[in-house]
Write a protein that binds this ligand. Structure first.
Ligand code: SAM
Ligand code: SF4
Length: 364
């Protein structure tokens, strides 16, 4: 096990699982796929956390995600019905998935989302959450909580109204801040705030966001900009490394790693402020991949299982369902998709190719 050293003083360091954040391939791959037990890949990673996209549509056009105009959406007939989404969730639950996050596109623009949450929440997952741009949450927070939603992540990349408008291109900062209040009032806590940090765009707001996290007791998660924008404009020079963010923050407010051993499978490296006031997270998918402990699978709005954000290998649960397939066949499709997972996403390999689908089409 390698300990990754950060160039900062007051931070307890998080251990990474192996060089490059990939599983210990020296142990070798298991020879054959089990047909019982949990969802496991050939490197022994057990998958318990599912991102379930309910739509690829969105009312925002964030610069790092979609073009301003001309985004092509899936034909409605190709999107899974609620019946089909609920079936996917039920089969996944039967395979040991314990945590489900509804996402998109913007999940709250899908009509009937409260009803879908109610159905999924009744299936016995430990954790049912949702990622949203905040639209409509002021109205929906209470019904969603009543339906069994436990937590929300709200995306907000600037605390300056003008800049917010430039980055997200639709909506208003004030609306998103009200959505945060509404979520907390409805008991959807702890509230996490997702901030995609882009060099020269909003990286000067990192300390402001930390002050915001401390003041409101909200967990701000700084996310590295990933090569998943629909325009294909991503460039490494726009990525602000998580270690640089931590160094900057640590100088102002010393930090303590919540999980110094790196055993937590969550992508965010979590840090408490050493004075006990508040918490932040860093999702360093580009510069410090966490593939070695990845326990995540994704199902797109059109029912494709993906074992990694960055892999184009997909198997269609929709085809299985719409051709009269059984739950066992769906389970086998899920198992096969996970079994084929590569040790790492390879963003930093010279031959890396961007996936064909962008973030909103996959489900972030
Ligand atoms: N529409 C919802 C929202 O914005 O929260 C949910 C879907 S969105 C695709 C999920 C998360 O992915 C958001 O926090 C968003 O900021 C993040 N995201 C989108 N494109 C990204 C990119 N290229 N790199 C890093 N994060 C990205
Ligand atoms: Fe829509 Fe979310 Fe993508 Fe922004 S990040 S365009 S809100 S799906």
């Amino acid at each position: 096990m390698t300990i990754t050293r950060l160039p900062v003083g007051p931070i307890a360091l998080r251990a990474k699982p192996s060089v490059g954040g990939e599983p210990d391939t020296q142990r070798g791959r298991s020879p054959s796929m089990p047909v019982h037990g949990p969802l496991i890949d050939s490197f022994g990673r057990v998958h318990t956390d599912m991102r379930l996209s309910v739509t690829d549509r969105c009312n925002f056009r964030c610069v790092y995600c979609m073009p301003d105009e001309g985004m092509t959406f899936l034909p409605r007939a190709e999107i899974l019905s609620f019946e089909e989404i609920a079936r996917v969730a039920r089969v996944a639950r039967g395979l040991g998935v314990t945590s489900v996050r509804l996402t998109g596109g913007e999940p709250l623009v899908r009509r009937g989302i409260v009803e879908l949450v109610r159905r999924v929440a009744a299936m016995g997952f430990d954790d049912v959450s949702l990622t949203t741009n905040g639209t409509g949450l002021a109205r929906l927070a209470e019904p969603l909580a009543q339906a069994g939603l436990q937590r929300v992540n709200i995306s907000c990349d600037s605390l300056q109204p003008d800049r917010f408008a430039q980055i997200r291109r639709r909506g208003e900062l004030s609306m998103v801040l009200k959505a945060m209040d509404a979520a907390e009032a409805a008991g959807l806590a702890p509230l996490k705030v997702n901030v995609v940090v882009m060099a020269g765009v909003n990286d000067d707001e990192v300390l402001d966001f930390c002050a915001f996290a401390r003041e409101h007791d909200r967990v701000v998660r700084f996310i590295e900009y990933m090569p998943l924008d629909a325009n294909g404009l991503w460039d490494r020079s726009q990525v602000v490394a998580g270690s640089d963010l931590l160094a900057q923050i640590g100088e102002r407010w010393p930090l303590v790693a919540c999980d110094p051993q790196g055993t937590d499978s969550a992508p965010a490296e979590r840090y408490r402020f050493a004075d006990g006031v508040g918490e932040i997270g860093v999702v360093a998918s580009v510069t410090r991949p966490f593939c070695g402990t990845c326990d995540r699978l994704r199902v797109t709005a059109d029912g494709a299982v993906r074992n990694c954000l960055f892999s184009d290998d997909e198997l269609s649960l929709r085809s299985v369902m719409r051709s009269g397939g059984t739950d066992d066949e769906m389970a086998m499709t899920l198992r096969t998709a996970i079994w084929g997972k590569l040790p790492g996403h390879g963003i930093n390999d010279p031959g890396f190719l961007r996936p064909h689908r962008s973030m909103s089409m996959i489900g972030g």
